[in-house]
Design a protein around this ligand. Structure first.
Ligand code: NAP
Length: 241
């Protein structure tokens, strides 16, 4: 049977990994939880760039690389496309569709941190849900702002920033309480596109709170792209499943 290397990073990747047999490898960066109950092999940690990944592909007789990393994990997606080309195997990717704003939403796209800071200036109580990047800027918080920063793990904040360590998915009711208790007046989010919508975006809409959305990175063109894990798994049937 042919051998698959699945690069994980999103929830659907784990669901896919659960369907893989012992010949296949599920690869994780090691930033999140590592499952211990899979039939397939699990590999944790980076490869040392595209060259290292291409070497791994050759050494382990991989026939197909599947990129199911997060839409903002642009480095790994680029490494995957480059390494597959170097190793002369196909690369497929799960590319989640982006969330779309409705007429009731006030979403403002920002390209990067500099644009984000400019767009943030009129607000007082932002809620950051971007991961750890804002932690590097805790000493730059303007005097009129108090930040609430939600990340996967707990980190020290300061007198102008509360850090909440919490892993989703989050319930609508809990998100409502978070916005209300902290008096959030702007939400900062990636456009991850998991599921049809996201409770924090629903709450922002309900409360008329603007959302600063970090622009999605450009991702490389690969041999086949799928918008759902189901369609990708369907394509694997026969040779890999
Ligand atoms: P990134 O910048 O694209 O990748 C950084 C490095 O992490 C890569 O160069 C690679 O190291 C290693 N890596 C990433 N995914 C890997 C995988 N599946 N298996 C083995 N090594 C991997 O990614 P990131 O934004 O730091 O995210 C790190 C991981 O968290 C990714 O797997 C991503 O899917 C997941 N994640 C990211 C976000 C987000 O918002 N960025 C959200 C949820 C989950 P080497 O170059 O040494 O191979």
């Amino acid at each position: 049977m042919k051998r698959l290397l699945l690069l994980g990073g999103v929830t659907e990747a784990l669901a896919m990994a659960r369907q893989l047999g012992p010949n296949h490898i599920y690869s994780l960066a090691g930033v999140g939880r590592v499952p211990t109950d899979l039939v397939c092999q699990v590999r944790v940690g980076g490869y040392g760039g595209a060259d290292g990944l291409a070497q791994f592909i050759g050494d382990h007789g991989i026939d197909l690389l599947v990129d199911a990393t997060h839409p903002y994990a642009a480095q790994m997606s680029q490494n995957a496309a480059t390494a597959a080309q170097q190793a002369a195997i196909p690369c497929w990717a799960l590319r989640r569709a982006a969330w779309q704003a409705s007429s009731l939403d006030d979403w403002r796209e920002v390209a990067d941190w500099d644009e984000l800071i400019v767009a943030l200036a009129p607000f007082k109580r932002p809620l950051f849900t971007l991961g750890r990047e804002p932690l590097q800027h805790l000493n730059e918080i303007p005097g009129h702002q108090f930040w609430t920063l939600r990340a996967l793990d707990n980190y020290p904040g300061n007198e102008r920033c509360e850090v909440i360590g919490a892993r989703g998915p989050f319930l609508l009711e809990d998100e409502r309480e978070l916005f209300s208790q902290r008096n959030i007046d702007v939400l900062i989010s990636k456009n991850s596109g998991s599921g049809a919508t996201d409770p924090k975006l629903e709450v922002a809409r309900e409360r008329g709170v603007p959302v600063l959305v970090l622009k999605r990175p450009e991702l490389p063109v690969v041999d086949r792209e799928f918008s759902t894990a189901e369609s990708l798994m369907q394509a694997l049937r026969g040779d890999f499943l």
